[in-house]
Ligand binder design. Structure first.
Ligand code: ADP
Ligand code: ZN
Ligand code: ZN
Length: 742
């Protein structure tokens, strides 16, 4: 029930996760003590005909609205706030910088369970680990307790720790055995770093002896603990970056502080998690989209309350509150996955740097192929470069070479020369990795007699042939139809698949190498839960001869027995209209190459091309990524493209063709009024993919060499656009610092 205002009624200004660019005023609830009610607390408020979870931003004395008409907050969910003043500041900053409604930004920061208003219960899964005594105990002494014996063996065979779930999967009735092993002091509950008074107990396995560049990197970051600084750790794949992270993290833990480690993709977490668990005997929190809501909430709360010291997660973990922040690490910082591509389009890398500054802690960015932005920031002396020039241990860097396939015979994407190389490697029982960034059987289905092509009816795109599932599928909207045999246009023509996808290469490999085992790794083959892990295990156990896959292969995985990598179609990346394309292609080539010869055996990388003189390829091969980056930056400077200017992209999508012109007319009028600086406005134009999922797409690009000036313009423009009546008929969004112009 709304309470009638009395003089001095307090007003709560709240952010609600709806696409509206302002805060909402509510009357304070009837609580006696508002002292502990701080900005950041979750609230339940009446909204429209229902209720919503909202976030308190400010308590004020006055409202600009008619106080008599204000509704009252139903209840306060948090005592005290789960967010610190700095957390809230960061969210406000992000809301402002990305011009995204604060309620939606805050909603992103909370895990789903809390966002939906669940109350805070910290229930974490226990993990068990061997003690020093347990490690050296001979299980043969347990002949008379077979259950305990096999459990001890289970612990001894796994490198790190076992969770309750893992133990349940092993045996339903595991508790008595664990209890017995704990009583014998062979097994213990995993330690919480926060409650540890003996730092020695943190470490499970000893660190490696670092080489001088690793040592220098570790010292530089450790010397900066307790203050802000951004470090770019540039090191080829296998140069020992992860080892550097682990040793720095140890120092942070010894200071009693927490570490946030962000990786671009979920597929990278199992391997990294494993290495962390092997090194540290403490609990490690995880946060990524494959976990349940409860697990994510538990991780979030553990970090917030300081019960856990390491969080390993993907970009949305960036906002997790930290009780004792010590360090933020972003691995593979160049990866575009750090930029959210829909809704609240933030860059986790850029916000991490802002957060580091706010919290007075260092931020460590690592990559074998740093982004041009970060290299530019090194040039500008905003970031400090830490370089690991060589592979660690005895591993040797692979040799890259171009294979000119002009006028050569090719069977399903494989030239004869490549097939010869493959035979040689396979005869030595070493592994081959083939990279093709296109899944499905073939990207086009065409009529041999009339030229008809299977197009998606909802997108400007061809339907991709998926033979295994006997269907045609659009990779942009997911539309599917049965695979047809006869041309629907001329009714007589035979339909032929054109072009190459991983499924097609897989089939030809089975013919060429019938006694060899091929594993295909792409989004289709790894859909089932656990299938990727399963394949990776088979590969590492040497049960696989040929690994074939898409960009999934270029990310993080170690294939120590691979000695030949082939990029089947490097040319397809050379002719994109997006200015980011060369950078992405170069990164992809170097990352894929990095999978070869990671152990003692040297590796070789072959790129099939019809453009053997292309400057991007020749520079990359002869002079390496750094040289390529230097050239690419010079080109961007010449063209005044980012990072030498700043961009924001206004995107519009709509089902009807008539609305966008009216919308853009109104926007252009606003731009003319407010653009007093030198912001370049390009467009409106149809998006490079003009129709997608049944919607027409347009865009308007803003660009300025001064970030401030662009921001000032957007500050006034965006709220005005939001008010336009023409804006109600279209779906529009703003992408600040876009990484993808599609
Ligand atoms: P990156 O993260 O740069 O790919 P990793 O840290 O995974 O590199 O190291 C690659 C391999 O080299 C790993 O097997 C790691 O154990 C090993 N390694 C790292 N540092 C050293 C070192 N200083 N001495 C010997 N081996 C090392
Ligand atoms: Zn036809
Ligand atoms: Zn489609």
């Amino acid at each position: 029930m709304a309470k009638l205002p009395t003089d001095g009624a307090l007003i709560f200004k709240v952010a609600i996760p709806v696409p509206v660019y302002r805060l909402f005023d509510y009357l304070a609830p009837d609580v006696i003590d508002l002292h502990n009610v701080k900005p950041g607390v979750r609230l339940e408020v009446p909204f429209g005909k229902g209720k919503k979870i909202a976030f308190l931003v400010e308590i004020v004395q006055h409202s600009e609205l008619d106080v008599g008409k204000l509704k009252q907050v139903i209840r306060i969910l948090d005592h005290p706030s789960l967010l610190s003043a700095k957390d809230l500041w960061l969210m406000k900053w992000a809301s402002h910088y990305y011009h995204h409604p604060l309620g939606e930004v805050m909603s992103t920061a909370f895990p789903a369970a809390l966002r939906q208003g669940k109350s805070v219960v910290v229930k974490t899964e226990k993990r068990y680990t061997l003690t020093e005594l347990g490690k050296v105990t001979d299980s043969a002494g347990l002949q008379r307790s077979p259950k305990q014996k096999s459990m001890l063996e289970k612990f001894q065979s796994c490198p790190a720790s076992l969770s309750e779930a893992e133990l349940s999967a092993w045996n339903d009735n595991w508790r008595p055995a664990v209890k017995a092993l704990i009583a014998k002091q062979w097994v213990q509950l995993e330690l919480q770093a926060a409650k540890l008074n003996n730092p020695e107990a943190l470490i499970r396995n000893n660190a490696l002896q670092c080489n001088p560049p690793q040592q220098a990197a570790i010292e530089a970051v450790c010397a900066s603990l307790g203050q802000f600084g951004v470090f770019l750790l540039e090191g080829v794949t296998g140069s020992g970056k992860t080892e550097v992270y682990l040793q720095i993290i140890r120092t942070v833990l010894e200071r009693g502080q927490q570490v946030l480690v962000l990786v671009p993709e979920i597929t990278l977490t199992p391997q990294l998690e494993d290495r962390f668990r092997q090194r540290f005997a403490i609990s490690i929190a995880l946060s990524h989209s494959k976990l349940t809501d409860n697990q994510r909430q538990a991780a979030w709360l553990q970090m917030q309350q300081g019960d856990c010291s390491i969080l390993l997660g993907t970009r949305s973990a960036l906002f997790t509150p930290l009780k004792n922040p010590g360090l933020i690490i972003l691995d593979e910082e160049h990866d575009a996955s750090f930029k959210q591509q829909e809704g609240f389009r933030f860059s986790a890398r850029d916000i991490a740097v802002v957060r580091g500054k706010l919290l007075h802690i260092p931020v460590l960015l690592g990559s074998a192929t740093p982004s041009l932005e970060s290299l530019y920031n090194v040039d500008k002396q905003r970031y400090q470069l830490l370089h690991l020039p060589d592979r660690a241990g005895n591993a040797i860097e692979p040799v890259l070479q171009l294979l000119d396939i002009r006028n050569k015979r090719i069977s399903e994407g494989l030239s004869e020369a490549l097939i010869e190389e493959m035979r040689l490697i396979l005869s030595k029982n070493e592994q081959v990795l083939l990279f093709l960034n296109r899944r499905g059987f073939a990207p086009t289905l065409i009529c041999h007699s009339c030229g008809w092509v299977a197009r998606c009816q909802r997108c400007d795109a061809n339907m991709v042939i998926h033979f295994d599932e006997s269907c045609l599928r659009c990779h942009h909207c997911g539309q599917e139809q049965r695979l047809i045999k006869q041309c629907p246009a001329c009714k007589v023509g035979e339909l032929t698949p054109l072009g190459l996808g991983t499924e097609r290469v897989e089939k030809v490999l089975a013919e060429l190498f019938p006694d060899k085992v091929t594993v295909r790794l792409d989004r289709d083959s790894t859909q089932r839960k656990g299938s990727l892990e399963n394949y990776l295990q088979q590969i590492n156990q040497g049960k696989v001869d040929i690994i074939l896959g898409t960009q999934m292969l270029s990310k993080g995985h170690h294939f120590p027995n691979v000695t030949l990598v082939a990029i089947l179609d490097v040319d397809s990346g050379l002719f994109s209209i997006d200015f980011h394309a060369p950078e992405k292609l170069a990164q992809m080539i170097v990352q894929v190459s990095g999978r070869a010869g990671r152990a003692e055996k040297p590796g070789k990388v072959i790129m099939q091309t019809r453009q053997p003189e292309h400057p991007l390829l020749t520079t990359l091969i002869r002079e390496g990524y750094r040289s390529f980056a230097k050239t690419a930056l010079a080109e961007r400077k010449e063209a005044l493209l980012p990072p030498f200017s700043y961009q924001a992209l206004l995107r519009v999508q709509t089902g009807d063709v008539d609305s966008p012109p009216l919308f853009f007319q109104a926007v252009t009028a606003l731009v003319e009024t407010y653009n007093t600086g030198h912001t370049l406005v390009l467009g409106p134009v149809a998006a490079p993919m003009a129709r997608r999922a049944g919607l027409y797409r347009y865009q308007l690009l803003f660009q300025n060499t001064h970030r401030k000036e662009l921001q000032v313009l957007l500050d006034v423009l965006i709220p005005e656009i939001a008010k336009l009546k023409q804006a109600r008929k279209v779906r529009w969004s703003l992408d600040v610092d876009p990484v993808d112009l599609y």
